[in-house]
Design a protein around this ligand. Structure first.
Ligand code: SF4
Ligand code: SF4
Length: 442
């Protein structure tokens, strides 16, 4: 196998496939002592990471090993749920001596990188920090696979879970830029008359009303749900109504805080205080600066609150306001050894979450269909990563082949801006370049 370099990863356009989209060549330019493969996959109904490991485990481990070499890490871990004994058995036979399995409980949010880092290494990332602050790099399963493939091929496909109200829940490999509608059709289509698409997952995902919107390098799942489903109703709630109801109905029971994973790691975030602030001001005062450290896992809103309030949205809005105002947390420095880190005892079992969310009626399976989905048209987004949108390298009417570079990050002050190039996911003709997309038809 060719030695994988940062340049390979950069030119292949590899970004964090787990949703964040941070350019992987930048992430792997840092130094760490530990790399953790994030196979926790804690969003209900998702199976794509497990299935990717089942079929491409050796390549994923090659990607993990490359990440360790590039960052100088001496240890690697595969953070995977202990219940996936079949996958663990498969991997154990392939593990080099410096990589081991880190078995995880079947809880939510096990895949949050702060939680994962703590579970695997017992190191607490400081509030507002990143895993590198404690010598750790975390990496999604599909990202590691793309790293392993980077010398030979750029990122042109995406693994995606299709679940919920569909005929055949499954994991698909699809061209980047294919429409959500085609993905759902490939899973046998919807089984309800009023489908809603949750993109990414029921907890941290978003509702998408445009079914023809395209898959990005960061899209992980499409969960189809009917309009009257609890998850859909919660995600469609009007913001001003949330504030009005929150003001009058929050009884300060603090259940939201008691299960908040960041609070349980000792971070200065207490969502019940953010709710209390609604009584004084639309978005509160200085006592809610800790909302900056909310990871938007949605546990407080979708599970913890007995009044069905939305502390997560209150925290998220505060977080954005604080960022816009350039505010920073100014309390004494965070002490990762202080008493009060009690995450291990208060983890939420996925089964309880599934029941609360009304998801038990859907089949919780997602076998991988190994034949990649074929399509005749794609819309490849110029921005599918953290950083600057790419600038096109092609023109309307130009013929392209699969894997041809379509666009690359712009130059800023004589340097390539943070970002990652995008490539053609099908062969064909460039039909249009507008609204941030390059559209290709076969
Ligand atoms: S759990 Fe609900 S009612 Fe209790 S403090 Fe939090 S937002 Fe208020
Ligand atoms: S969404 Fe709620 S539970 Fe999750 S980190 Fe934010 S405040 Fe805590």
């Amino acid at each position: 196998m060719a030695e994988i370099t940062v340049q390979h990863i950069e030119q292949a356009g590899v970004v964090g496939a787990g949703g964040a989209g941070f350019p992987t060549h930048v992430k792997l330019s840092g130094k760490s002592d530990t790399v953790i493969l994030n196979a926790a996959e804690c969003e209900p109904l998702l199976h794509k990471d497990k299935e990717t490991l089942r079929y491409y485990g050796r390549e994923v481990l090659d990607g993990l090993a490359a990440a360790m070499r590039l960052t100088g890490a001496e240890r690697g871990f595969v953070g995977i749920k202990e219940k996936y004994t079949d996958i663990i058995d498969l991997l154990v036979g392939m593990l080099p001596s410096d990589i081991e399995i880190a078995p995880l409980k079947n809880t939510y949010p096990a895949g949050d990188e702060f939680v994962l880092t703590y579970d695997v290494t017992r190191r607490v990332i400081p509030p507002g920090g990143i895993p590198l602050n404690v010598g750790v790099v975390t990496m999604n399963v599909e990202t590691a696979l793309n790293v392993a493939r980077s010398p030979a091929a750029p990122v042109t496909t995406k693994f995606i879970s299709i679940a919920g109200a569909v005929a055949n829940p499954c994991t698909l490999q699809v061209p980047v830029g294919v429409s959500f509608r085609e993905c759902v059709a490939a899973a046998g289509g919807e089984t309800v008359n009023d489908p809603n698409y949750m993109i990414g997952g029921v907890m941290m995902g978003r509702l998408e009303d445009d079914f023809d919107a395209p898959v990005l390098k960061t899209t992980g799942a499409i969960i189809v749900l009917p309009s009257d489903h609890y998850v859909v109703r919660r995600h469609r709630r009007d913001w001003t109504a949330q504030v009005r109801i929150g003001r009058s109905a929050c009884d300060q029971c603090s259940f939201c805080t008691e299960l908040c994973p960041r609070y349980l790691l000792g971070h200065p975030i207490e969502p019940h205080r953010a709710m209390r602030s609604l009584g004084f001001n639309l978005l509160g005062e200085a006592n809610v600066r800790g909302t900056s450290f909310c990871c938007e896992c949605n546990l407080c809103s979708m599970f913890s609150c007995p009044e069905n309030l939305d502390p997560k949205d209150i925290c998220a809005q505060n977080k954005r306001r604080i960022a816009d105002e350039g505010e920073k947390w100014r309390d004494p420095p965070f002490n990762p050894k202080r008493p009060g880190i009690h995450l291990a005892n208060r983890k939420l079992p996925i089964d309880k979450l599934m029941t609360r969310l009304g998801l038990n009626r859907f089949r919780n399976v997602g076998p991988l269909i190994t034949e990649p989905l074929q399509t005749s048209k794609v819309a490849v987004a110029l921005s599918q990563h953290v950083g600057a949108p790419c600038e096109p390298l092609v023109k309307v009417g130009q013929k392209v082949r699969v894997a041809d570079a379509l666009a690359k990050p712009p130059m800023r002050n004589g340097k390539i801006a943070l970002g990652a190039p995008v490539h053609a996911s099908i062969g064909g003709t460039v039909k249009s370049i507008d609204d941030g997309f390059i559209r290709i038809e076969a």
